[in-house]
Design a protein. Sequence first.
Lengths: 330, 301
Amino acid sequence: MPADLLEFEEPVGVLLKEIEALSMLPRTPERERSIETLRSRADEIRTEIFANLTAWQRVLVARHPNRPNTLDYVERLFTGWDELHGDRRFADDHAIVCGTAEYRGRPVAIVGHQKGRDTKQKIFRNFGYARPEGYRKALRVMQMAQKFGRPILVFIDTPAAYPGVESEERGVAEAIAFNLREMMMLEVPIIVTVCGEGGSGGALGIAIGDRVLMQEFSVYSVIPPEGCAAILWRDSNRKVEAAEALRITAPDLMALGLIDGIVPEPSGGAHNDYDTASALVDQAISASLDEVSALSVPERLDARYEKFRRMGEEGLGFMDLDKPEPPQAP
Amino acid sequence: MAWFKKVRKPIEPPPDKSRVPEGLWVKCPACGQAIYNKDLAASLNVCAKCGHHLRLSATERLRTLFDGEWVEHDSGLASTDPLQFTDTKPYRTRLDASIIATGLKDAVITATGRIGGVECAVAAMEYGFIGGSMGVVVGEKITRVIERAIAARIPVVIVSCSGGARMMEGTLSLMQMAKISAALARLDRARLPYISILTDPTTGGVTASFAMLGDVNIAEPRALIGFAGPRVIEQTIRQKLPEGFQRSEFLVEHGMLDLVVDRRELKDVLVRVLRFGGAGLAAPEPAPAVAEPQPPSEAPA
Ligand SMILES: [Zn+2]
């Protein structure tokens, strides 16, 4: 099975192997036709598999080592990218990249997690686990965007904020908390796209926006399923059940009113076709940006407040029957 | 049909149960000293011998802070178990057990009352309710009390005691961090004081949202305060953490807290901080900055 196929894609892997074997043989029109048939069969099967992924399988897709990340989207959707480094306080965090670029002829600020693909890159990026200075750098750049009236586009893909000694020493909790508060008040449009793992506070720390979009196979969770399973089931192998119970998929979060839209992915997931994935992300961001840019600043800030204000409404009930019932969520 | 419309056995709140067992003597978990029950209550659950701070329930906490009576808000608000979550047992069962054990509907009490003569909005978290974890009810109650404070132009005091976001309400819990921080942003822009009091333990999503956002952050001595749990960090770095790591004194040294204050002096300090914040004076309306959103014209009930 090719290395970048996930376990549950085995039926596709079998066909791809057959195609590979046929491709080794001298070409004949007949073989070409067979290859073509096998290819379309593989596509069909893949589409079918991806239409019925379990929550845990989506986690695997979201964590796929080849999943396109912030810089892949930067490369495809923006021109004139300049990366801006450092929080001006301690260091430059490599797990969050920030910068300026043009998006459809308009200057924008970009902030996003970066996981790294090969071993060297992964270590350089700390596997996408940001430290406090990452969150502080992000806010610094976002505040500069606000100063110049430029929209902010955010890409989320992190397992979590870095759970290490230096993170605690330098106040990762404060860094995230401060971002939550201050991003609520940034006057410029903010469009957030969860494009891989939305890992708890590590994701949320840069994920306050007027629109929060999720790619079809991305996930967004309060805790990784393994961690949840280890605590509640006392067995991290129960991660499949935990993933299901936590309701972390894009359709789940859309139904819960926690995100504003789902961005479709190419067949087999974004990692199968960066260009198509990027084009789909482009469409979604561009439409969202137009919508929120049309609002006045007070309207936008009120709408942003109200959006987060309503989150969780459906989970509220009253136990005192003499008290009025809560307003029903739309 | 929403669950709260179903016929339920009414649950009588138990008489206020302090953390101190019923017996006459309590053994200090830190120094082993036997302490007479009434003495412990008189010293606000602080061991007179070694100064160890035993945990307070939310109700006891409010008693230590308010001058006298207080008005509780939204006490009937309860979780509907929005995800229908089940692990080794149903979340509904855990909720019901916590409701019976604490007499509360969820892990926070919100109230208004006077502190040093100053009308304040206060939230006190209840560790006895699923580890003080924050789900939609905690998020909503704290947000409402902040909005109430903005409308009434009074300060906010939040006493944290929590393991963080509540897993059994999934991403809904995570988003309460954003929701409360949004309300605190408005409180901040309205130039009203917010005092965060961090007690043992304050971790996870609570630390990474409202607990760290005080104009003044005050912790009780030796409280565990952090983002990641110590065990998670030990797994990451594959070594034991040094003694005192993530304790109040560690955080004050690293610049994350303003003060570490003994519980027996906490109220006096709080009153002084509130006075600095201008609370109780005729607080002037802040000049509205350009494009600053106004507080909602009516706070939700
Ligand atoms: Zn003692």
